[in-house]
Design a protein around this ligand. Structure first.
Ligand code: ADP
Ligand code: MG
Length: 502
């Protein structure tokens, strides 16, 4: 058996057929309903206390920070009130050691420091004026005198939100693990480090990145249609959507601050990364199984572990390794010593990233998917440059392409499952026809959906296989990247919060 046959057999394990997809949609809808009724279910369905989406006329200067899974972004956003904005931002990679620090102070102190650097760099005048006041009248009085920057804090981990700027951390995900933060109010953790540096900044809103994406898309989206859903496909995956207040029956039993009931709606954060943690409908392969077992949170975030950027590269790495050990059909085993002396043989460096957990970035899958040269030269170069595999053959590269595409395709089809379920559950019966501008608007963000070639197309293909959506419905679903979504969205929620305070 050739290595290509072997690879085809493995790739087939990642097929996610229409029948399974439709079963998945039904399970998602039922887990959504469960989550609206009680706490502690697989879909957390967290109420956000944000009860309206913007219409593009909002104005003002706001700060926003975003703790994603990989980077920390600080930005200031000027909303012009005509669906446009200007944004200034800085971005730093979060040092790995801070993700698993002993105390939360180490991480949050680092975040506050980045805010200080940002203010010095980009809002020097305001910051300098504040410093002078501080020198003349003392830190406390200076803070009382200065107009504080209202900051929206995008925090993309599951929190139990109990108010617009209050929320306790439920659990870490995406490789973070700082024990003493669990159960604490993350806004307070950030505010106290901001205060320790005497910065003129008030943490006005706690924002989940999905909610921010939804808000940002709604501010910038064309036409009058409000956005239904904001979805993230980055390091992790998650979605937030507009739900009828009357359907969030668990709100009655929850401690929560007062909120505006006049719209009859509230944005709900699904935390869909943990959809079907008990594995009733999710696909599974030996590679998913091993990845989960060797992760910091086995049995948790099972949907996310099949969909998002943190994991797809790691699934591929495990599949590749498995194919390098089979003696009958070994990947990277070109030992051509025939007539052509110049033909080098394939080698895997001893310190290749293939041998390291998390060694393969999901960006590699995008590179692979994009290479359509006849000899797959880009894939072979990347194997050599990034993964220590020298002189891979075209057949090796074909194998990599087959496997990577299978993993990416399954992720896109699972993404479609979640989006479709929400469209259907909220009664947006897109399959039944409707007027020209009868669109369902969806905002998305994250490197995977933004950069993986054809990700949206694969999502759309899956939509058409779901009878409640079908060909007609698929056309009415409008998907737009919420560029800088988390920043603008956080600014918009800080604005809403500041208005509520008045
Ligand atoms: P965050 O989740 O921190 O907000 P991103 O949305 O940029 O950040 O997502 C980062 C994740 O996306 C990482 O897991 C990374 O592996 C993956 N990624 C980065 N570049 C690409 C790419 N070109 N194609 C696919 N995935 C990518
Ligand atoms: Mg993000």
């Amino acid at each position: 058996m050739s290595v290509l046959d072997d690879a085809q057999r493995v790739a087939a394990k990642f097929e996610y057929r229409a029948e399974e997809l439709n079963k998945g949609v039904k399970a998602f809808i039922s887990q959504m309903h469960e989550g609206l009724q009680e706490t502690g279910t697989t879909l957390s369905q967290i109420p956000t206390y944000v009860t309206a989406v913007p219409n593009g006329t909002e104005k003002g200067l706001y700060l926003a920070v975003d703790l994603g899974g990989t980077n920390f972004r600080v930005c200031s956003i000027q909303l012009h009130g005509n669906t446009t904005f200007s944004l200034t931002q800085s971005k730093v990679a979060i040092p790995r050691e801070l993700m698993v620090a002993e105390t939360s102070k180490e991480l949050f102190g680092f975040l506050a420091k980045q805010i200080e650097i940002f203010l010095q760099t980009h809002h020097g005048e305001h910051y300098q004026a504040h410093l002078e006041k501080r020198n003349t009248m003392g830190a406390h009085a200076a803070l009382a005198e200065t107009e504080l920057f209202q900051l929206g804090f995008t925090f993309s981990f599951p929190v139990n939100q109990i108010g617009i700027n209050r929320g306790t951390l439920l659990r870490w995900t995406k490789g973070f693990d700082i024990n003493d933060a669990v159960g604490k109010d993350v806004c307070e953790l950030l505010q106290s480090e901001i205060d320790a540096l005497h910065l003129p900044v008030y943490v006005a809103a706690l924002v989940n990145d999905t909610v921010g994406t939804l808000m940002a898309r709604s501010y910038t989206s064309p036409g009058k249609t409000g956005t239904l859903l904001g979805a993230i496909f980055g390091t992790g995956t998650n979605g937030a959507y507009v739900e009828k207040l009357s359907k969030i029956t668990k709100l009655k039993t929850m401690q929560g601050s007062d909120y505006d009931k006049s719209t009859g709606e509230m944005i709900v954060n699904t935390e869909w990364g943990s959809f079907d943690n008990h594995m009733t409908v999710l696909p599974n392969t030996p590679y998913d199984w091993d990845l989960d077992n060797e992760s910091v949170n086995p049995g948790i975030q099972m949907f996310e572990k099949r969909v998002s950027g943190m994991f797809l590269g790691e699934i591929l790495r495990r599949v590749i390794l498995a194919l390098t050990v089979n003696p009958q059909s070994r990947l990277f085993s070109d030992k051509d010593s025939g007539e052509n002396e110049l033909h080098s043989t394939t080698t895997i460096a001893g310190d290749s990233a293939l041998y390291k957990q998390w060694g393969v970035d999901t960006a590699f899958l995008s590179i692979v998917a994009a290479d359509s040269t006849p000899d797959l030269g880009v894939i072979r170069q990347t194997l050599s440059r990034d993964l220590g595999v020298d002189a891979a053959t075209t057949e090796d590269a074909e194998v990599i392409k087959l496997l990577a595409n299978a993993i990416g395709r399954r992720a896109a089809r699972l993404s479609a499952l979640a989006i479709a379920a929400i469209v259907i559950a909220t009664g947006n019966n897109v399959s039944r026809g409707g007027g020209e501008d009868d669109v369902v608007d969806i905002g998305v963000d994250g490197s995977l959906v933004e950069f993986y070639p054809g990700f949206e197309n694969m999502i759309r293909e899956a939509f058409r296989e779901i009878p409640e959506i079908g060909e007609a419905g698929e056309k009415r679903i409008r998907i737009g990247i919420a560029k800088d979504g988390s920043g603008v969205g956080a600014a918009l929620i800080a604005l809403v919060a500041a208005q509520a305070e008045k």
